[in-house]
Design a protein around this ligand. Structure first.
Ligand code: ASP
Ligand code: MG
Length: 418
């Protein structure tokens, strides 16, 4: 008997019938002899609806009040799920972030969890309850309600699993697991049986939106075995995500993903002196704006230009900040390119294997796809292309790296027993 944390997303709890199906999946785990904590998202498109509502009231809603508003979505679904479980004759209790003690930093709309109190969870489990916890939300030490960022319920679930030292965290979703790319783009794509935290983390960061990146980060940090599995086919084991040391990888590329939510900013004619880049990125960092790809190049007139990408949502804010920085550092024009998508290949197997980047660039060239910017990390290569080229690039790269057919499994040997 162990502790299992399950997480169900918005589509899995979209209506009363689906809530009953989730209740059955939860009860099944309880019947296996496990203590169960279930984390749920808001029903269906509730969060989108609440955001739209706020924007109808004011174009610039206050971020504290946004968190007050958005956190209500999950409070509805936890109460309904607890009722559904109880109606099947099982003990259940719903708890919101504050009741559990999911403590976060005080940054509204993208707070990070700093601590999870386990006393009340342990007490309720001991009393035989299935606990239904509101995902996506927490509370600051001062008692302010916060949210973790869109898709944050995955992170709530993994963090709770880590805090309780759970045996496993199962993320139930409407797909059967993790695929090497989006099956809507490449229908005959392989499903991955097992993948490392490192690869999943990179894939999640570069736009494979099956998991919230911070959930994978947390799983990796606390070594929580994660499964992504189908809420409709409960017998399927889906994809297991674990430490790389358990795997024998022989494919250089485990997945391909695209992210169309970024914009590129170019700062032209920056003085080529120490401290300029620090001033630019320091100002953005101070305002909590994350920067992704960065390229600095030297022009022959002795000035630099710096191009970088940020989330489209941060653009207005970034432009305000950069206008001030521009005066300070005496930069030239600020140019924006919104027609970009970042296409990335990810694979722990590319370490020490030369030629993967060249294969990627050649494959894009053969499909007449121009590369606007390139960045690499140990297990990832990303190319910025025009938005319309994202899907053709994904198709070409899946073919190039043998991810289409199911002939080759991603791992050799048996799956670890978790
Ligand atoms: N309900 C939140 C959202 O739609 C959190 C989540 O679903 O994970 O982003
Ligand atoms: Mg999600």
């Amino acid at each position: 008997m162990g502790i299992i944390v399950q997480k169900f997303g918005g589509t899995s709890v979209a209506d009363p019938q689906k809530i009953h199906n989730v209740a059955k999946a939860v009860i099944r785990e309880k019947e296996n002899g496990n203590d169960v904590v279930v984390v749920v998202s808001a029903m269906g498109h509730t969060t989108d609806y609440l955001i739209k509502l706020a924007k109808e009231v004011t174009s610039n809603p206050n971020s504290r009040e946004m968190d007050m508003l958005l956190s209500t979505g999950e409070q509805v679904s936890i109460a309904l799920l607890a009722m559904a479980i109880q109606s099947h004759g099982y003990k259940a209790i719903s708890m919101n972030g504050q009741q559990v003690g999911i403590i976060t930093e005080c940054i509204h709309s993208k707070a990070r969890i700093v601590d999870i109190k386990t006393e009340k969870l342990q007490k309720n489990l001991k009393e035989g309850n299935i606990i239904v916890v509101a995902g996506f939300q927490g509370v600051t030490p001062e008692g302010e309600i916060t949210t973790l960022g869109r898709g944050g319920s995955d992170t709530s679930a993994v963090a709770i699993a880590a805090a309780l030292n759970a045996d496993r965290c199962d993320i139930y979703t409407d797909v059967e697991g993790v695929y090497a790319t989006d099956p809507r783009i490449v229908p005959n794509i392989q499903k991955t049986d097992i993948i490392s935290y490192e690869e999943m983390l990179e894939l999640a960061r570069v736009g494979a939106n099956v998991l919230h990146p911070r959930s994978v980060e947390t799983a990796k940090q606390f070594q929580v075995p994660l499964r992504v599995r189908s809420s409709f086919k409960l017998d399927n084991l889906g994809t297991l995500i674990i430490g790389v040391e358990n795997m024998e990888i022989y494919k250089p590329v485990a997945g391909v993903a695209a992210d169309s939510s970024q914009v590129r900013i170019l700062l032209a004619n920056l003085p080529d002196i120490p401290g300029t880049a620090a001033d630019v990125f320091g100002a953005l960092a101070k305002n909590n704006i994350s920067v992704d790809m960065i390229i600095q190049s030297l022009a022959n007139n002795g000035t630099n230009s710096i191009a970088f990408t940020i989330d489209e949502d941060d653009l207005d804010n970034a432009l305000k900040i950069l206008e001030d920085v521009k005066k300070e550092v005496k930069a030239g024009d600020i140019l924006i390119d919104k027609d970009i998508a970042k296409v990335s290949i990810v694979g722990a197997g590319m370490v020490d294997r030369p030629g993967i980047a060249a294969d990627m660039f050649r494959s894009l060239a053969e499909n007449n796809i121009n590369i606007k910017m390139i960045s690499t990390s140990e297990i990832k290569i990303s190319c910025l292309v025009e938005k319309d080229n994202a899907a053709p690039a994904i198709k070409a790269l899946c073919k190039e790296f043998g991810l289409e057919s199911s002939e080759m499994a991603v791992v050799k040997g048996d799956l670890p027993n978790v």
